[in-house]
Design a protein around this ligand. Structure first.
Ligand SMILES: *Cc1c(COP(=O)(O)O)cnc(C)c1O
Length: 377
């Protein structure tokens, strides 16, 4: 593989052109009158906040969402001209941090709104902040059923600049779920009690629910990174990540031998096994692996499929390379364990979890390479 240092044992290639193409596709679906932001929390879904955000900026993205103040600080270090929302909201006593960095809290409870309003009065300024209402998640946001709180929020908002009214969908990944329409209706109902400001409801899945859900700003995360935004259809976005691990050794084994911890995989025929430098400590979740003697997910050496056999260890995975032509499965060679053929979602479906979790767990031990064909400055 190109440009890979000799000491790299596992390599994550991040295709920034695909990331940008995905953003542009989603922005195109939202249409010219809707702002397409980028959700880059959790270190850009594990792929690297700075390179991801820089690429999205070059593609035209001007509004970003992160979870924490510290992530916001990192983003602000990249550019003075982007708009940054902090989904955690306002931490007690921390208002001056948001203001000095020009970050916008997503105010999600009345106490936060009271504190932001007081800070603005004392500063004799009107700093921007988003207000989040809860349409059914029961996580963050003022419940849309609490009309008294919504009215109080609206009154307090005269002290600052309410620059976005938003809510978050619980079931956007399941288009047929009636919860989507209920949340949409609850969101719309709450608006008559709230200040006039741009509106936002849709995450990645919400964008695919159609124009009714787009309002003034959409907030895609997972779909930017090639993950599946909704179930029951072909994933329309381009894969962004490819994970390859180095072959550390190759051995020939006899029928009746076992492979790995628990001696759980029993070979029924003579086999050639490659042991590769990636394991659950790298984020390749143990639950992705096979149970018993079943085959695990397919890896690839070139175009040759090589199934994972035996349990995933902390640092190692074993793959069956019996069917690979001589000379290809060799010490120092590479096995692709995640990419366009076996996707992040294919892997996490096996593990009973979601692509989001696997991406955000890929460890820093993995060497990262950012691919960008489009000229960047
Ligand atoms: C994480 C998050 C998003 C992005 O969600 P995806 O499903 O990854 O597109 C959007 N809005 C809020 C409030 C979030 O927390």
């Amino acid at each position: 593989m190109d440009g890979i240092p000799e000491d790299a044992r596992a390599v994550l290639e991040i295709d920034l052109d695909a990331l940008c193409a995905n953003w542009s596709m989603l922005a195109g679906m939202a249409g010219p009158n809707v702002v397409c932001s980028g959700v880059v929390k959790a270190d850009g879904y594990g792929l690297g906040l700075e390179p991801v955000a820089r690429a999205l900026m070059q593609q035209g993205c001007k509004v970003f969402f992160v979870a924490s103040l510290s992530e916001g600080r990192r983003l602000r270090g990249l550019s003075d001209s982007i708009t940054v929302y902090i989904l955690d909201g306002l931490l007690p006593g921390a208002a001056h941090h948001y203001v000095s960095l020009g970050l916008r809290p997503v105010l999600s409870s009345l106490p936060e709104i009271v504190e932001w309003a007081a800070f603005n009065r004392e500063s004799q300024s009107r700093f921007p902040a988003a207000i989040q209402v809860d349409t059914g998640m029961n996580r963050l946001g003022i419940p849309v059923t609490d009309h008294q709180a919504l009215r109080e929020a609206a009154a307090l908002a005269k002290n600052f600049e309410p620059c976005l009214i938003m809510s978050h969908l619980a079931c956007a990944d399941t288009p047929e779920d009636p919860m989507n329409a209920r949340q949409l209706a609850g969101f719309k109902d709450s608006l008559s009690l709230l200040p006039d400001a741009p509106l936002s409801l849709a995450n990645s899945g919400g964008i695919f629910l159609g124009a009714d859900y787009h309002f003034d700003l959409v907030r895609p995360g997972i779909a930017l990174y090639g993950g599946r935004a909704f179930t029951g259809g072909v994933n329309p976005v381009r894969p962004v990540v490819r994970l390859c691990a180095r072959i550390l050794q190759v051995r020939d084994t006899a029928a009746g031998e076992t492979v790995g911890y628990g001696a759980s995989h029993v070979l029924t025929r003579p086999a050639r096994i490659a042991t590769i430098g990636c394991g659950y400590a790298d984020g390749f979740l143990r639950a992705i692996g096979p149970s018993g003697s079943a085959l695990g997910p397919m890896g690839f050496i070139g175009d040759y499929p090589v199934p994972v056999i035996g349990r995933v260890s902390m640092d190692l995975i074993t793959v069956d390379v019996t069917n690979v032509p001589d000379g290809l499965a060799v010490r120092g060679g590479w096995v692709e364990v995640m990419g366009g053929r076996v996707t992040v979602d294919d892997l996490t479906d096996r593990a009973g979890t979601i692509g989001y979790e696997l991406l955000t767990r890929l460890s820093n031990r993995i060497h990262r390479i950012y691919r960008r064909k489009v000229a960047s400055n």
